[in-house]
Ligand binder design. Structure first.
Ligand SMILES: NC(=O)c1ccc[n+]([C@@H]2O[C@H](COP(=O)([O-])OP(=O)(O)OC[C@H]3O[C@@H](n4cnc5c(N)ncnc54)[C@H](O)[C@@H]3O)[C@@H](O)[C@H]2O)c1
Length: 461
């Protein structure tokens, strides 16, 4: 089958390379000429483990090509995946102008039958609008079109693995033909019958659930999933604050909470809050969708508010320790919104750094992959060659992204190079005992060791 994938970002490129690896012929389109140039030179325009090799192999096998003209891809491909960005507007609503532009260009050139699949994260009822759009703007009388929703659940940093071993594949369709085509496209993944490019000895071979639903429900599943995960993170962060205040240990609380199968252990790690290109924007967009539909979505507004307050929490802890921040040198480990990616969109680390710079701190930072992208966002930082340089001469060191690399450093060397050996562990990635052994003052999140509030007087009788 010939498949067009529009958008060569994190989702589009992984989808295009993944589908090609399973044997489809894929034309991946991006209107960013620089990206197409990079891809056609054999490199990839961002960091994602395993992706460069996958792209290289499938280009060589002539199953994957990159072009900038959507019309050329639409002429050859019956199936078109839309994977363009849907960033937030000022109001929180998703900006669908790139999706609309792609739809406009498809309507202008498409002939015969096409299946147009929205993989970008979009608000519920976007599929309906696309159907209407194609009915109004389809320029050829031979243009026939099914619209489908196929939300993407991959995680940056393990996107390739997630493509081949998803928890489920969700499709929203309104015709048998669309359902059949989508099942055919995903057959190798559903049946796990491909030669796994991720694992030598692939243990994850159970069939993948294929959830077929209406388009509205599929769109809603994506927003509901991300909002639920964000809610878990804000929940444990709220509990972490209480642990600190009353003298409990959030690590133990989270561990025991997660052992309850009804709750589950994932996304119960306290920290400086969630970021990235999905959770903050999808949460905001979902709140808008809910409220526009007249539903009470105040629960999710609170999730967002708790997350925003994480940045205040970090800054106030640092100010409390440093007393006067102006002129003090602060080191930062980690800029990406999470490890194994170079994505800094809505990264908590950048939000913290902006606030420290505004307070007059001198910030020196290191990230294994995200420095180029961070430079474009926050120019006032001294970017360092490695983690040791980021600690050198600092009066406080903030660990804000849990890269593995930070767990294997020579702590004695770090300790010696700092003016004051104060570490704020914003991801609870280090051991308090080891840090104390090395002579650090160690601040983490939600550890009862720093209980501030005295117990209320017990009432007699
Ligand atoms: N990044 C993730 O982890 C992730 C996970 C699941 C879902 N999503 C969703 O997938 C969508 C894409 O996200 P992303 O992170 O890949 O975004 P991205 O910004 O990395 O990539 C989007 C790409 O689309 C291209 N593009 C924009 N308009 C275009 C047009 N008219 N024609 C051709 N190309 C065009 C851009 O140049 C860019 O390369 C978003 O809706 C996002 O919410 C993202």
């Amino acid at each position: 089958m010939n498949i067009a994938v529009i958008g060569a970002g994190y989702v589009g490129l992984i989808t295009a390379a993944g589908l090609a690896e399973t044997g489809q012929r894929v034309i991946c389109v991006d209107d960013d000429l620089r990206k197409i140039e990079i891809l056609n030179s054999g490199a990839i325009p961002f960091y994602e483990p395993g992706l460069e090799e996958l792209v290289r192999r499938n280009r060589q096998a002539k199953r994957l090509e990159f072009i900038s003209k959507l019309e050329d891809a639409a002429a050859e491909c019956q199936v078109i995946f839309i994977c363009v960005g849907t960033p937030p507007q000022e109001s929180g609503e998703a900006d669908l102008s790139s999706v609309e532009l792609v739809a406009r260009r498809i309507s202008g050139c498409a002939r015969g039958y096409h299946l147009v699949i929205e993989k970008s994260t979009v608000p519920v009822q976007t599929g309906r609008r696309l159907q209407k759009h194609f009915a109004i703007y389809g320029s050829s009388s031979q243009f026939q079109c099914d619209v489908a929703s196929n939300p993407e659940f991959l995680r940056e940093g393990s996107g390739v693995e997630d493509f081949f071993h998803p928890d489920r594949i969700v499709v929203g369709v309104e015709s048998e033909k669309a359902a059949t085509l989508l099942k055919e496209i995903y057959q190798p993944v559903l049946e796990q019958t491909f030669a796994c490019p991720v694992h030598d000895d692939c243990g994850k071979r159970s069939r993948v659930p294929f959830v077929v639903t209406d388009i509205n429900s599929a769109e809603l599943i994506k927003h509901a999933s991300n909002s639920f995960l964000a809610m878990k993170i804000s929940f444990i962060n709220m509990i972490a604050d209480l642990c600190e205040a009353v003298g409990a240990n959030v690590g133990k609380v989270a561990e025991a909470l997660g052992m309850d199968e009804r709750i589950g252990a994932s996304f119960l790690r306290p920290g400086v809050g969630f970021g990235g290109s999905c959770f903050p924007k999808d949460l905001q967009a979902f709140v808008r969708v809910g409220e526009d539909a007249g539903c009470d979505f105040s629960l999710l507004r609170e999730v967002e508010r708790i997350n925003q307050r994480r940045i205040d929490m970090v800054v106030s802890k640092i100010k409390n320790e440093l007393w006067v921040v102006r002129g003090k040198r602060v080191g930062v480990w980690g800029l990406a919104f999470k490890p194994r990616t170079d994505d800094v969109r809505s990264a908590p680390a950048l939000a913290v750094i902006r606030r420290l710079l505004a307070e007059g701190a001198v910030v020196q930072a290191y990230d294994p992959q995200a420095m180029e992208k961070a430079k474009a966002e926050v120019p006032g930082i001294e970017y360092c060659a490695d983690a040791y340089a980021a600690a050198q001469g600092a009066e406080a060191l903030l660990a804000l992204t849990e890269w593995d690399e930070f767990l294997h450093l020579d702590l004695a060397r770090v300790r010696q190079s700092m003016v004051r050996p104060l570490i704020f562990d914003g991801r609870n990635m280090f051991s308090r005992a080891i840090m104390s052994e090395h002579g650090f003052e160690y601040l983490d999140i939600g550890s009862g060791g720093s209980a501030r509030k005295p117990l209320p007087d017990a009432k007699q009788g």
